[in-house]
Design a protein around this ligand. Structure first.
Ligand SMILES: Nc1nc2c(ncn2[C@@H]2O[C@H](COP(=O)(O)OP(=O)(O)O)[C@@H](O)[C@H]2O)c(=O)[nH]1
Ligand SMILES: [Mg+2]
Length: 363
């Protein structure tokens, strides 16, 4: 084989062994990245507004980056995109692993793009820093959508706190909207408080469920029923169809126990089979009905305003907290106060007050 290579003399000196794959690959990538010019903020903004997926991806990477330089750039990009944002229907989808979220999003997303829409799929999954992004693995289940020029799928941002992940996702939504995506689907597996986070950044919240053995209402996290604008029982196919219909009735009954929402929308229950593409059209119609109702009565905008207010306060709180604990003097004094506390020489309240005065002093 080596004889076919024209300059095999040089090769045979190495005993005919190919250079290690990983080495040559990383070396090639290094070379490539040196040659490729890093796009400027204005280039990225221009790309995003033109709907260029590569520019969008690169901008999101800046949003997700911890480097100060990138964070500054991200801020500029977001600012430039903001006037073009706020244009989409934001849909939150939650449900336990295996319920069929990815399969559902694949079919639902396809329907939307076929109707001329542009769909972005994002995820809030605080656990994904361990698994490397839940959607990443799911991309195989979204085979069609991944290839669709009118769909954009982004694995969840990793982060050490839900607040951090949620912020990045919210900023990513702005960029996606500026890039022309008129439907943003945000998926969560419901770890910790992630449902609440997704609920507070979406217009419509959909809970995917499975028909169980008569205990459908058990094991459902408190508050989720209240958040849901629709409960959709998936896998309503084959032998499961009857149980799904039964579950639908039960959920419907349960939903009626909740007070009417500010939106005046009555949460609905549906059944579907993402696998057999059945009932997805009904879900699509339902969301359309919801949007036209809430846009008509002003609730749609009101809720977004409320969400903005929530995130503003949330951001202040987390920033204050971080500044406090990052304060060099606080760090040292905290240890001392904890020691005093253990010796019964102070009270938690006195110690807290003492420490809080430090955070207002200069570092
Ligand atoms: N029978 C049936 N299986 C489904 C349906 N939707 C999804 N599945 C299957 O359920 C499994 C989990 O689906 P997936 O979309 O990955 O769930 P996720 O973890 O919620 O994203 C896969 O094996 C799917 O093929 C459905 O409507 N009917
Ligand atoms: Mg999935």
């Amino acid at each position: 084989m080596a004889a076919k290579v024209p300059n095999d003399g040089a090769l045979s000196e190495k005993g005919g062994i190919d250079p290690p794959n990983s080495l040559s690959k990383s070396a090639a990538e290094k070379l490539k990245s040196h040659r490729k010019k890093i796009p400027s903020v204005s280039q990225l903004v221009k790309g995003i507004l033109a709907g260029d997926k590569a520019a969008l991806s690169q901008a999101i990477t800046r949003v997700e980056s911890k480097a100060r330089k990138h964070q500054k750039e991200a801020k500029e990009i977001i600012e430039a995109c903001l006037p073009h944002a706020n244009t989409s229907t934001r849909i939150g989808i939650t449900g336990v692993p295996g319920v069929g979220k990815s399969t559902f999003i694949e079919v639902f997303g396809k329907r939307l793009t076929q109707a001329g829409h542009k769909v972005a799929v994002l995820a809030v999954d605080p656990s994904s820093s361990l698994s490397g992004g839940s959607i990443l693995g799911d991309k195989t289940r979204m085979e069609e959508l991944v290839k669709d020029p009118n769909a954009f799928i982004r694995p969840s941002a990793s982060g050490d706190s839900l607040g951090g992940v949620a912020r990045k996702t919210r900023e990513t939504v702005i960029l996606c909207e500026a890039a022309g995506y008129d439907h943003i689907i945000i998926e969560t597996v419901g770890v910790g408080q992630s449902e609440t986070a997704v609920h507070s950044m979406t217009d419509f919240f959909l809970l995917l469920k499975l028909a169980g053995a008569g205990d459908e209402l058990q094991g459902i996290k408190r508050g989720i029923m209240e958040m849901a604008d629709a409960i959709v029982i998936n896998k309503a196919d084959g032998e499961n169809e009857k149980a799904a219909k039964q579950a639908k009735l039960e959920f419907n009954r349960a939903l009626h126990l909740y007070p009417t929402k500010d939106s005046t929308w009555r949460p609905k229950t549906l059944t579907c089979s993402a696998l057999e593409h059945k009932g997805i059209d009904k879900v699509q119609e339902l969301i359309k009905d919801y949007v036209s109702l809430t846009q008509g009565n002003g609730y749609f905008q009101e809720r977004r305003n409320e969400q903005n207010k929530f995130w503003l306060l949330q951001t202040i709180e987390s920033q204050l907290k971080r500044d406090f604990y990052d304060h060099s003097k606080v760090k040292a004094e905290l240890e001392k106060q904890l020691q005093l506390l253990s010796e019964n020489k102070t009270t938690p309240f006195e110690a807290a007050e003492f420490l809080l005065t430090y955070s207002t002093k200069k570092k």
